[in-house]
Design a binder for this molecule. Structure first.
Ligand SMILES: Nc1ncnc2c1ncn2[C@@H]1O[C@H](COP(=O)(O)OP(=O)(O)O)[C@@H](O)[C@H]1O
Ligand SMILES: [Mg+2]
Length: 374
Protein backbone atom coordinates (compact mmCIF):
# COMPACT_ATOMS: atom_id res chain seq x y z
CA UNK A 1 0.00 0.00 0.00
CA UNK A 2 1.30 3.44 -0.87
CA UNK A 3 2.47 5.77 1.87
CA UNK A 4 0.56 8.96 2.45
CA UNK A 5 1.86 12.36 3.43
CA UNK A 6 -0.05 12.46 6.72
CA UNK A 7 -0.79 9.20 8.59
CA UNK A 8 -4.01 10.60 10.11
CA UNK A 9 -6.55 10.83 7.29
CA UNK A 10 -9.63 12.82 8.22
CA UNK A 11 -11.74 12.04 5.21
CA UNK A 12 -12.65 8.54 4.14
CA UNK A 13 -10.78 5.34 4.58
CA UNK A 14 -7.27 4.95 3.28
CA UNK A 15 -5.89 1.49 4.08
CA UNK A 16 -5.45 -0.96 6.98
CA UNK A 17 -2.12 0.65 7.83
CA UNK A 18 -3.80 3.90 8.81
CA UNK A 19 -6.81 2.32 10.46
CA UNK A 20 -6.71 1.84 14.20
CA UNK A 21 -7.92 -1.50 15.53
CA UNK A 22 -11.64 -2.31 15.15
CA UNK A 23 -10.56 -5.93 14.95
CA UNK A 24 -13.46 -7.48 16.87
CA UNK A 25 -16.03 -5.32 15.04
CA UNK A 26 -14.52 -6.29 11.68
CA UNK A 27 -14.56 -9.97 12.66
CA UNK A 28 -18.14 -9.75 13.83
CA UNK A 29 -19.33 -8.39 10.48
CA UNK A 30 -17.21 -10.90 8.52
CA UNK A 31 -18.53 -13.78 10.64
CA UNK A 32 -22.05 -12.60 9.96
CA UNK A 33 -21.46 -12.55 6.23
CA UNK A 34 -19.90 -16.00 6.31
CA UNK A 35 -22.75 -17.47 8.31
CA UNK A 36 -25.61 -15.95 6.39
CA UNK A 37 -26.54 -13.16 8.80
CA UNK A 38 -27.05 -9.46 8.20
CA UNK A 39 -25.65 -6.76 10.49
CA UNK A 40 -26.80 -3.32 11.59
CA UNK A 41 -24.06 -0.96 12.72
CA UNK A 42 -25.05 1.99 14.88
CA UNK A 43 -22.93 4.74 16.41
CA UNK A 44 -22.65 8.46 16.87
CA UNK A 45 -21.77 10.45 13.80
CA UNK A 46 -18.03 10.56 13.10
CA UNK A 47 -17.26 7.56 15.27
CA UNK A 48 -16.04 5.49 12.33
CA UNK A 49 -18.98 3.58 10.86
CA UNK A 50 -18.20 4.30 7.22
CA UNK A 51 -14.53 3.63 7.85
CA UNK A 52 -15.40 0.27 9.38
CA UNK A 53 -17.48 -0.77 6.37
CA UNK A 54 -14.66 0.15 4.04
CA UNK A 55 -12.24 -1.75 6.22
CA UNK A 56 -14.48 -4.82 6.03
CA UNK A 57 -14.71 -4.46 2.25
CA UNK A 58 -10.93 -4.21 2.10
CA UNK A 59 -10.68 -7.60 3.85
CA UNK A 60 -13.15 -9.09 1.38
CA UNK A 61 -11.33 -7.74 -1.66
CA UNK A 62 -9.11 -10.77 -1.99
CA UNK A 63 -11.95 -13.25 -1.45
CA UNK A 64 -12.88 -14.99 -4.67
CA UNK A 65 -16.51 -14.89 -5.67
CA UNK A 66 -17.46 -12.11 -3.24
CA UNK A 67 -18.49 -8.73 -4.54
CA UNK A 68 -19.11 -5.73 -2.32
CA UNK A 69 -21.26 -2.73 -3.09
CA UNK A 70 -21.52 0.42 -1.00
CA UNK A 71 -24.44 2.87 -1.06
CA UNK A 72 -24.60 6.14 0.84
CA UNK A 73 -28.30 6.92 1.25
CA UNK A 74 -27.68 10.35 2.76
CA UNK A 75 -28.40 12.29 -0.46
CA UNK A 76 -31.56 10.30 -1.31
CA UNK A 77 -35.00 11.72 -0.56
CA UNK A 78 -37.40 9.25 -2.18
CA UNK A 79 -37.78 5.65 -3.30
CA UNK A 80 -37.01 6.73 -6.86
CA UNK A 81 -33.65 8.12 -5.67
CA UNK A 82 -33.00 4.87 -3.87
CA UNK A 83 -33.72 2.83 -6.99
CA UNK A 84 -31.42 4.95 -9.15
CA UNK A 85 -28.65 4.82 -6.57
CA UNK A 86 -29.00 1.08 -6.11
CA UNK A 87 -28.93 0.53 -9.87
CA UNK A 88 -25.91 2.77 -10.37
CA UNK A 89 -23.97 1.30 -7.44
CA UNK A 90 -24.64 -2.34 -8.29
CA UNK A 91 -25.68 -2.92 -11.92
CA UNK A 92 -23.46 -0.11 -13.10
CA UNK A 93 -20.45 -1.87 -11.59
CA UNK A 94 -21.16 -5.51 -12.31
CA UNK A 95 -19.48 -5.95 -15.63
CA UNK A 96 -16.44 -4.22 -16.99
CA UNK A 97 -17.64 -4.92 -20.52
CA UNK A 98 -20.04 -1.99 -20.62
CA UNK A 99 -21.52 -2.50 -24.05
CA UNK A 100 -22.45 -6.06 -23.22
CA UNK A 101 -23.77 -4.92 -19.89
CA UNK A 102 -25.91 -2.20 -21.44
CA UNK A 103 -27.46 -4.64 -23.88
CA UNK A 104 -28.23 -7.09 -21.13
CA UNK A 105 -29.68 -4.46 -18.82
CA UNK A 106 -31.81 -3.00 -21.57
CA UNK A 107 -33.35 -6.42 -22.13
CA UNK A 108 -33.84 -7.14 -18.48
CA UNK A 109 -35.27 -3.90 -17.19
CA UNK A 110 -38.48 -2.47 -18.46
CA UNK A 111 -38.52 0.88 -16.70
CA UNK A 112 -34.93 1.53 -15.77
CA UNK A 113 -32.90 2.94 -18.61
CA UNK A 114 -29.14 2.72 -18.42
CA UNK A 115 -27.00 5.36 -20.08
CA UNK A 116 -23.26 5.58 -20.31
CA UNK A 117 -21.97 8.91 -19.10
CA UNK A 118 -18.46 10.22 -19.30
CA UNK A 119 -16.88 12.15 -16.47
CA UNK A 120 -16.21 15.70 -17.62
CA UNK A 121 -12.83 15.84 -15.97
CA UNK A 122 -11.36 12.39 -16.41
CA UNK A 123 -13.43 11.08 -19.31
CA UNK A 124 -14.02 7.88 -17.36
CA UNK A 125 -17.27 6.14 -18.28
CA UNK A 126 -19.96 5.33 -15.75
CA UNK A 127 -23.46 3.93 -16.03
CA UNK A 128 -26.30 6.19 -14.89
CA UNK A 129 -29.95 5.19 -14.74
CA UNK A 130 -33.18 7.01 -15.38
CA UNK A 131 -36.49 5.78 -14.13
CA UNK A 132 -39.89 6.16 -15.78
CA UNK A 133 -41.66 8.77 -13.68
CA UNK A 134 -45.00 7.06 -13.73
CA UNK A 135 -43.77 3.65 -12.70
CA UNK A 136 -43.73 2.57 -9.09
CA UNK A 137 -40.22 2.43 -7.69
CA UNK A 138 -41.23 -0.83 -6.07
CA UNK A 139 -41.35 -2.60 -9.38
CA UNK A 140 -37.85 -1.55 -10.33
CA UNK A 141 -36.50 -2.52 -6.92
CA UNK A 142 -37.91 -5.96 -7.49
CA UNK A 143 -36.21 -6.17 -10.87
CA UNK A 144 -32.85 -5.03 -9.52
CA UNK A 145 -32.90 -7.61 -6.76
CA UNK A 146 -34.01 -10.29 -9.22
CA UNK A 147 -31.03 -9.39 -11.41
CA UNK A 148 -28.62 -9.45 -8.48
CA UNK A 149 -29.95 -12.82 -7.37
CA UNK A 150 -29.04 -14.22 -10.78
CA UNK A 151 -25.41 -13.21 -10.29
CA UNK A 152 -22.93 -15.95 -9.47
CA UNK A 153 -21.20 -15.87 -6.09
CA UNK A 154 -21.83 -13.83 -2.99
CA UNK A 155 -22.88 -10.19 -2.93
CA UNK A 156 -22.43 -7.89 0.06
CA UNK A 157 -24.54 -4.77 0.03
CA UNK A 158 -23.91 -1.97 2.51
CA UNK A 159 -26.51 0.75 3.03
CA UNK A 160 -24.85 3.67 4.80
CA UNK A 161 -26.98 6.36 6.53
CA UNK A 162 -29.90 3.96 6.39
CA UNK A 163 -32.02 6.08 8.74
CA UNK A 164 -32.45 8.42 5.76
CA UNK A 165 -35.29 6.20 4.44
CA UNK A 166 -37.40 7.47 7.33
CA UNK A 167 -37.39 10.87 5.62
CA UNK A 168 -38.94 9.58 2.38
CA UNK A 169 -42.58 10.46 1.78
CA UNK A 170 -43.18 6.77 1.00
CA UNK A 171 -43.54 5.15 4.38
CA UNK A 172 -43.33 1.54 3.26
CA UNK A 173 -39.65 1.59 2.24
CA UNK A 174 -38.40 -0.40 5.17
CA UNK A 175 -41.05 -3.10 4.94
CA UNK A 176 -40.55 -3.23 1.19
CA UNK A 177 -36.81 -3.69 1.45
CA UNK A 178 -37.28 -6.34 4.06
CA UNK A 179 -39.09 -8.58 1.64
CA UNK A 180 -36.05 -8.50 -0.66
CA UNK A 181 -33.66 -8.95 2.23
CA UNK A 182 -35.41 -12.13 3.23
CA UNK A 183 -35.62 -13.50 -0.28
CA UNK A 184 -32.15 -12.82 -1.63
CA UNK A 185 -30.13 -15.89 -0.72
CA UNK A 186 -26.84 -14.73 -2.23
CA UNK A 187 -26.91 -11.19 -0.82
CA UNK A 188 -25.73 -10.25 2.66
CA UNK A 189 -26.70 -6.84 3.96
CA UNK A 190 -25.00 -4.33 6.22
CA UNK A 191 -27.14 -1.46 7.46
CA UNK A 192 -25.48 1.58 8.94
CA UNK A 193 -27.50 3.88 11.13
CA UNK A 194 -26.42 7.17 12.75
CA UNK A 195 -28.27 7.31 15.99
CA UNK A 196 -28.34 9.88 18.70
CA UNK A 197 -28.02 7.24 21.31
CA UNK A 198 -28.31 3.53 21.78
CA UNK A 199 -31.44 4.00 23.86
CA UNK A 200 -33.12 5.90 21.08
CA UNK A 201 -31.94 3.28 18.63
CA UNK A 202 -33.43 0.50 20.68
CA UNK A 203 -36.65 2.36 21.15
CA UNK A 204 -36.99 3.31 17.52
CA UNK A 205 -35.99 -0.09 16.32
CA UNK A 206 -38.79 -1.85 18.12
CA UNK A 207 -41.17 -0.68 15.48
CA UNK A 208 -38.72 -1.32 12.68
CA UNK A 209 -38.86 -4.79 11.19
CA UNK A 210 -35.29 -4.87 9.92
CA UNK A 211 -33.39 -4.68 13.08
CA UNK A 212 -35.05 -7.64 14.65
CA UNK A 213 -33.66 -9.85 11.96
CA UNK A 214 -30.09 -8.53 11.95
CA UNK A 215 -27.14 -8.70 14.32
CA UNK A 216 -26.68 -5.39 16.12
CA UNK A 217 -23.27 -3.80 16.42
CA UNK A 218 -22.98 -0.62 18.44
CA UNK A 219 -19.67 0.99 17.61
CA UNK A 220 -18.18 2.74 20.62
CA UNK A 221 -14.99 4.76 20.96
CA UNK A 222 -11.68 2.99 20.33
CA UNK A 223 -10.10 1.86 23.59
CA UNK A 224 -7.76 4.40 25.15
CA UNK A 225 -4.58 2.29 25.38
CA UNK A 226 -4.97 0.93 21.87
CA UNK A 227 -5.52 4.36 20.35
CA UNK A 228 -2.62 5.84 22.34
CA UNK A 229 -0.25 3.19 21.05
CA UNK A 230 -1.46 3.77 17.50
CA UNK A 231 -0.94 7.54 17.74
CA UNK A 232 2.55 7.24 19.20
CA UNK A 233 3.53 4.69 16.55
CA UNK A 234 2.28 6.75 13.62
CA UNK A 235 4.15 9.82 14.86
CA UNK A 236 7.25 7.68 15.39
CA UNK A 237 7.08 6.33 11.83
CA UNK A 238 7.20 9.97 10.71
CA UNK A 239 10.24 10.56 12.95
CA UNK A 240 8.27 12.52 15.52
CA UNK A 241 8.13 11.82 19.21
CA UNK A 242 4.90 12.09 21.15
CA UNK A 243 4.94 11.42 24.89
CA UNK A 244 2.36 9.21 26.60
CA UNK A 245 1.09 12.30 28.40
CA UNK A 246 0.44 14.14 25.14
CA UNK A 247 -1.34 11.19 23.55
CA UNK A 248 -3.46 10.86 26.71
CA UNK A 249 -4.29 14.54 26.61
CA UNK A 250 -5.32 14.42 22.93
CA UNK A 251 -7.58 11.41 23.53
CA UNK A 252 -9.23 12.90 26.60
CA UNK A 253 -9.67 16.33 25.07
CA UNK A 254 -11.33 14.70 22.04
CA UNK A 255 -13.41 12.41 24.28
CA UNK A 256 -11.98 9.54 22.21
CA UNK A 257 -14.33 10.52 19.39
CA UNK A 258 -12.52 9.17 16.34
CA UNK A 259 -12.88 12.03 13.88
CA UNK A 260 -11.69 14.64 16.37
CA UNK A 261 -8.73 12.54 17.47
CA UNK A 262 -7.76 12.09 13.83
CA UNK A 263 -8.20 15.80 13.14
CA UNK A 264 -6.07 16.95 16.04
CA UNK A 265 -3.36 14.39 15.26
CA UNK A 266 -3.47 15.38 11.60
CA UNK A 267 -2.92 19.04 12.55
CA UNK A 268 -0.16 18.25 14.98
CA UNK A 269 1.59 16.03 12.46
CA UNK A 270 1.35 18.75 9.81
CA UNK A 271 3.33 21.13 12.02
CA UNK A 272 6.35 18.88 11.55
CA UNK A 273 7.70 19.41 15.08
CA UNK A 274 10.07 16.59 16.06
CA UNK A 275 9.10 16.53 19.72
CA UNK A 276 6.22 18.84 20.57
CA UNK A 277 5.74 19.59 24.27
CA UNK A 278 2.45 19.78 26.13
CA UNK A 279 2.31 23.53 25.92
CA UNK A 280 2.60 23.35 22.15
CA UNK A 281 -0.33 20.94 21.93
CA UNK A 282 -2.49 23.16 24.15
CA UNK A 283 -1.80 26.07 21.82
CA UNK A 284 -2.75 23.98 18.82
CA UNK A 285 -6.08 23.10 20.43
CA UNK A 286 -6.77 26.78 21.09
CA UNK A 287 -5.87 27.55 17.48
CA UNK A 288 -8.36 24.96 16.22
CA UNK A 289 -11.17 26.40 18.34
CA UNK A 290 -10.31 29.91 17.29
CA UNK A 291 -10.56 28.98 13.64
CA UNK A 292 -14.13 27.81 14.14
CA UNK A 293 -15.33 30.53 16.46
CA UNK A 294 -17.30 32.45 13.82
CA UNK A 295 -19.31 29.30 13.13
CA UNK A 296 -19.95 28.87 16.84
CA UNK A 297 -21.09 32.48 17.28
CA UNK A 298 -23.46 31.83 14.44
CA UNK A 299 -25.00 28.90 16.34
CA UNK A 300 -25.83 31.34 19.08
CA UNK A 301 -27.96 33.26 16.61
CA UNK A 302 -29.70 30.11 15.39
CA UNK A 303 -30.62 28.81 18.84
CA UNK A 304 -32.90 30.36 21.44
CA UNK A 305 -31.32 31.87 24.52
CA UNK A 306 -32.57 28.97 26.63
CA UNK A 307 -31.09 26.41 24.26
CA UNK A 308 -27.80 28.24 24.13
CA UNK A 309 -27.47 28.52 27.91
CA UNK A 310 -28.40 24.89 28.43
CA UNK A 311 -25.89 23.75 25.81
CA UNK A 312 -23.19 25.81 27.50
CA UNK A 313 -24.04 24.36 30.90
CA UNK A 314 -23.86 20.84 29.45
CA UNK A 315 -20.50 21.58 27.82
CA UNK A 316 -19.06 22.82 31.10
CA UNK A 317 -19.96 19.58 32.88
CA UNK A 318 -18.59 17.40 30.08
CA UNK A 319 -21.07 14.60 30.69
CA UNK A 320 -23.87 16.38 32.50
CA UNK A 321 -26.17 14.35 34.74
CA UNK A 322 -29.67 15.23 35.91
CA UNK A 323 -29.98 18.32 33.76
CA UNK A 324 -33.62 18.61 34.76
CA UNK A 325 -32.75 18.46 38.45
CA UNK A 326 -33.07 21.52 40.68
CA UNK A 327 -29.38 21.67 41.47
CA UNK A 328 -28.21 21.75 37.84
CA UNK A 329 -30.83 24.30 36.91
CA UNK A 330 -30.06 26.59 39.87
CA UNK A 331 -26.31 26.36 39.48
CA UNK A 332 -26.53 27.35 35.85
CA UNK A 333 -29.39 29.82 36.25
CA UNK A 334 -31.50 28.12 33.60
CA UNK A 335 -34.97 29.26 34.69
CA UNK A 336 -37.95 26.96 35.02
CA UNK A 337 -37.88 23.19 34.68
CA UNK A 338 -40.39 23.27 31.87
CA UNK A 339 -38.33 25.70 29.77
CA UNK A 340 -35.24 23.53 30.31
CA UNK A 341 -37.28 20.52 29.23
CA UNK A 342 -38.30 22.26 26.01
CA UNK A 343 -34.75 23.40 25.31
CA UNK A 344 -33.40 19.91 25.98
CA UNK A 345 -35.82 18.31 23.55
CA UNK A 346 -34.94 20.88 20.88
CA UNK A 347 -31.18 20.40 21.30
CA UNK A 348 -31.57 16.62 21.08
CA UNK A 349 -33.70 16.96 18.00
CA UNK A 350 -31.19 19.25 16.29
CA UNK A 351 -28.44 16.78 17.20
CA UNK A 352 -26.56 19.52 19.03
CA UNK A 353 -26.36 17.23 22.06
CA UNK A 354 -26.68 13.50 22.69
CA UNK A 355 -27.21 11.41 25.77
CA UNK A 356 -25.34 8.32 26.79
CA UNK A 357 -26.33 6.36 29.84
CA UNK A 358 -28.06 9.32 31.40
CA UNK A 359 -25.27 11.81 30.71
CA UNK A 360 -25.52 14.60 28.19
CA UNK A 361 -22.74 15.81 25.92
CA UNK A 362 -22.46 18.48 23.26
CA UNK A 363 -22.24 16.42 20.07
CA UNK A 364 -19.47 18.35 18.33
CA UNK A 365 -16.40 17.95 20.53
CA UNK A 366 -14.74 21.16 19.31
CA UNK A 367 -17.88 23.19 19.96
CA UNK A 368 -18.08 21.60 23.39
CA UNK A 369 -14.50 22.63 24.22
CA UNK A 370 -15.12 26.11 22.88
CA UNK A 371 -18.31 26.53 24.93
CA UNK A 372 -16.44 25.52 28.07
CA UNK A 373 -14.33 28.63 27.70
CA UNK A 374 -17.01 31.13 26.69
N1 LIG B 1 -10.36 2.97 13.24
C1 LIG B 1 -10.00 4.16 12.73
N2 LIG B 1 -8.69 4.54 12.70
C2 LIG B 1 -8.34 5.72 12.20
N3 LIG B 1 -9.21 6.62 11.68
C3 LIG B 1 -10.50 6.31 11.67
C4 LIG B 1 -10.96 5.06 12.19
N4 LIG B 1 -12.32 5.03 12.04
C5 LIG B 1 -12.66 6.19 11.46
N5 LIG B 1 -11.60 6.96 11.23
C6 LIG B 1 -11.59 8.31 10.67
O1 LIG B 1 -12.48 9.09 11.43
C7 LIG B 1 -13.28 9.90 10.60
C8 LIG B 1 -14.74 9.64 10.86
O2 LIG B 1 -15.04 8.32 10.50
P1 LIG B 1 -16.32 7.90 9.63
O3 LIG B 1 -16.14 6.48 9.32
O4 LIG B 1 -16.54 8.84 8.51
O5 LIG B 1 -17.47 8.12 10.74
P2 LIG B 1 -19.03 7.89 10.62
O6 LIG B 1 -19.31 7.14 9.36
O7 LIG B 1 -19.39 7.12 11.86
O8 LIG B 1 -19.65 9.26 10.64
C9 LIG B 1 -12.86 9.58 9.18
O9 LIG B 1 -12.02 10.60 8.75
C10 LIG B 1 -12.10 8.31 9.25
O10 LIG B 1 -11.01 8.33 8.37
MG1 LIG C 1 -20.45 7.77 7.76
Amino acid sequence: MDKIENPFPVIAYHSPEYFCNRQSETDQILEGIKNGRNTTVTALRRMGKTGLIQHVFQQLKSKKGVRCFYLDLYPTTSQADLVKLLAKSTLGKLDSNQIKLMRELANFFTHLRPMIQYDQMSGAPSVEFTLDANVQAEHSLEQIFAYLEKQPGQIVLAFDEFQQILEYSEKNTEALLQTFVQKAKNIRFIFVDSQNSMMQAMFRNQSRPFYQSTDMLNLVAIEHDIYRKFIIEKFAEGKRKISDAIADRILDWCRHHTYYVQLLCNRLYTKGIRQPDEWYVERLMAELLDENSSVYYNYRKLLTQNQWLLMKAIAKENGARQVLGGEFIRKNELGSTSSVQTALAALLDKEMIFDEEGRFYVYDVLLSRWLEQH
